[in-house]
Ligand binder design. Sequence first.
Ligand code: GDP
Length: 459
Amino acid sequence: MLGKLSGWEDTIVALATPHGIGAIGVIRLSGDNAITIVNQLFPSKDLAQQKSHTIHVGFLKDGDKVLDEVVVSLFKNPRSYTGEDVIEISCHGSPFIQEQVIHTLTKYGARLAKPGEFTQRAFLKGKLDLTQAEAVADLIASNTEASQKTALHNIRGGFSGVLKELREQLIQFSALIELELDFSQEDVEFADRSRFYELIARMQQVTTELLQSFKLGNVIKNGVSVAIVGKPNAGKSTLLNTLLNENRAIVSDIAGTTRDTIEEVLNINGILFRLIDTAGIRESRDVIETIGVEKSIEKMKAADLVVYLFDVNEETQATVEAAYHQIQEHNTNFLLVGNKVDTLTEDVAQEKFSGDAVLFIAAKSKLHIDLLKQRLVDKVVQGTVQTENTIITNARHYTALQEVQKALTDIFNGLNNQLSGDLLALDIRRCLHFLGEITGEITNEDRLDFIFSKFCIGK
Ligand code: GDP
């Protein structure tokens, strides 16, 4: 597999820090010639003679021309991120200097790295498995504590650890069953069927839990889209401002979100709530916007969660119920929130709108905003976010796990129906195949290139 990758023997170079002006910029090289190449530009020391994990200060020169005064960090193979010789050059953070240094390095034999190529090499050298490599990309993109924790857990092998153990046990069984096939004339059973049952049952349970965790994984990775809808003057923009004042999230870019509608992002307990079409809310005083209008319907359909906000003075139990039924046609995940409860006493409000279905707040004076936030979180994760558990956040893993689950069901049914060993072996192989696809034990070059192309350059 390794030999097949094009450009695999090249020494690659890329800027590891963001583009633009900064205090320092780090340029990274990896490959067999990393040391030889940098040595030609770094006259003060012979890096080949230096120990791994050391740093060296000196001038970087192209012939007589000084490029910059830099710090060179040396990581010799195999004790580096990629498993190859790695050199990191910290230079001054001017884009001009960085470009010049990279250009000069390419002149002396380095090639510009493709997106994710450093991590791809780490994977191919066995430093990381595929789920760990993917977690590196997730970690870089993480923008809340919850997404950071999940990514770190997976980098440390949390997810693949679980799968590897099950895969190994299944391999053992598969070997025994294949052995039985060799002795098929003699009607022997090497693979203990009752233990096999147990293993399959356990695998089914783990797979089911992992598949279920994807919902939470998605929430952690991509956030939750929320539509605040309601009649004009219900207090939507007041609520928006109240929520944003305390919880506005600083987000650069959220994976998988479209940017065609204006949205604000809240960070509540580590989960990102994306308030969609906030421009619409802010304009709503000019636009006659009722819950029935088309724009609101679109918004409700697109959202993961709908907050229906109403003015407790303006509505009755009957009108709220009517709204309830209308919303339910478009989205079943919603919260009914009665606003301006400061103008009534809470008892009166509760009497007016019977039941626990309605949450009463006063957006302006910030009454019960904490309760609202808790309800929002409860709506998506039911309880606290347990990032210590293994959670899948990756659609590729989800699809492969679904295939694993199908194969397990076939094996299970096969066992029940006393299916012959050769047919059972086919289903087991299929199951192993998809497990191996997740961790990267089974893969092909196109698939790899696709996965790593989603990384940023320099990683
Ligand atoms: P929108 O049209 O739904 O965006 O509603 P606004 O946020 O513009 O609010 C309409 C009016 O209700 C404004 O005069 C707000 O000051 C007022 N308002 C909003 N929230 C509250 C509240 O909790 N209590 C009271 N008494 N007035 C509120």
